[in-house]
Write a protein that binds this ligand. Structure first.
Ligand SMILES: Cc1ncc(COP(=O)(O)O)c(C=O)c1O
Length: 397
């Protein structure tokens, strides 16, 4: 590998974390099944304490499978270190509870993933941490909300239900001026389509359950840190809060990363094909897709992102929920599921699931979230066309 020319993301994704020299020539770092680690002497055991997180000491602190996955994420994100966790939600809760103390204040994007909101409102607030929600489109205006005790500005760009793209550079400039850290949930774009650290974030959390794993068969999260001191704090906290990931999931996460670039580009292309088709449908009031004009923050997406995945929302023209349910139930190629990021297409009726307190979110009618998988988009479009026929039949048309 050349030291003078930075490697391209596709090359990093292909090789980072692979150490055949340490694994008998095996290309893929194997699943190390470890709880107990034994040492040849007390002196060797004590030596390990000098670098508690870089060597095997006990399964929860990481195995070579953990280190390989973390190394690959660090290389892609261009950060100082990553920490694998047992789910995406664990990455979020570990980051927030590891960095906030009673008396601190955190600003949370109003568009944040619902369980993130619940953790902040139902748990952190009871621990004496002040929580305020803010308009995700606030940009530099966040400065007015930052208090002397604000420690974290939490962002999710785009929001995974409403898809507003946030102005991370402007938010980071304001937060850093007041000494607050910026956290981003970067699950939608991954480090491939959004360079979180270059745009000012300090910590990027991801549900690796989604695109990194990519095959709907693993629960995994990752906290990626720009700064080694923050990494050290959060690695320690992850270890003693017991949030470590299992080796099988880590293996699947790293294996998924090998094909992330080709999968994500295909999700992007097929997603746009389906989104543009939906825009022409008479039943559709609005398609909210960050790569299409009209999506809140689309201009920022054009400025800061290098791509879009296949997850977006559709607002239908007003009609009864039962008609929408008839449509969704009739689909053959769209699974009805809460997740996304796997190879298969999914659909979710999101009306009623959108929870806002700082801003008002008023869709034109019932809303759907679509994750466009790796099927041929023509088949997906034909399926949706049949679905609209069912919607029409339910409406008596
Ligand atoms: C945006 C976002 N962040 C975090 C998570 C949590 O990830 P996990 O399900 O792996 O805990 C999800 C899960 O759907 C998500 O959509």
């Amino acid at each position: 590998m050349s030291a003078d020319k930075p490697l391209k993301p596709d090359t990093i994704l292909t090789h980072a974390g692979s150490h055949p020299d340490l694994n008998h020539g095996a290309v893929n770092p194997p699943v190390y099944r470890v709880s107990t680690v034994v040492f040849p002497s007390v002196a060797a055991m004590k030596e390990g304490e000098k670098h508690p997180f870089d060597h095997m000491r006990y399964g929860r602190q990481g195995t070579p499978t953990t280190f390989a996955f973390e190394e690959a994420v660090t290389a892609l994100d261009g950060g100082a270190g990553a920490i694998a966790t047992c789910s995406g939600q664990a990455a979020i809760t570990t980051t927030l509870s590891g960095l906030l103390r009673a008396g601190d204040h955190a600003l949370i994007a109003d568009s944040a993933y619902n369980p993130t909101r619940r953790f902040c409102s139902d748990y952190l607030a009871q621990c004496g941490i002040e929580i305020d929600y803010y308009d995700p489109l606030i940009g530099a205006g966040i400065a007015a909300l930052i208090k002397p005790n604000t420690k974290i500005v939490y962002t999710e760009s785009p929001g995974s239900l409403t898809f507003e793209i946030q102005d991370i550079p402007a938010i980071a400039a304001a937060a850093h001026e007041k000494g607050a850290l910026v956290v981003i949930d970067n699950t939608w774009a991954t480090g491939l389509f959004f360079d979180a650290f270059k745009h000012g974030a300090d910590i990027s959390v991801q549900a690796a359950t989604k695109f990194l794993s990519g095959h709907s068969d693993a629960m995994l999260g990752v906290i990626s840190c720009k700064d080694r001191q923050v990494w050290n704090r959060l690695k320690g906290f992850t270890t003693f809060s017991g949030m470590a990931a299992g080796s099988e999931e880590l293996y699947l996460g790293l294996r998924g990363m090998r094909t992330l670039a080709v999968r994500l580009r295909q999700h992007q292309q097929s997603g746009l094909t389906v989104a543009r088709w939906l825009q022409e449908r008479p039943e559709v009031a609005r398609v909210i897709h960050p790569a299409l004009p009209g999506c809140p923050g689309h201009e920022i997406w054009k400025r800061d992102f290098t791509g879009a995945c296949g997850l977006f929302a559709v607002e239908l023209k007003p009609c009864p929920q039962e008609a929408v349910h008839a449509m969704v139930d009739s689909l053959a190629h769209f699974g009805l599921g809460f997740s996304w990021g796997g190879y298969e297409s999914l659909i979710l009726a999101t009306s009623g699931a959108i929870n806002r307190t700082a801003t008002n979110w008023q869709p034109a009618g019932p809303t759907l979230r679509l994750h466009i998988g790796l099927e041929d988009p023509e088949d997906l479009i034909a399926d949706l066309a049949r679905g609209f026929a069912h919607l029409g039949a339910a409406l008596g048309r």
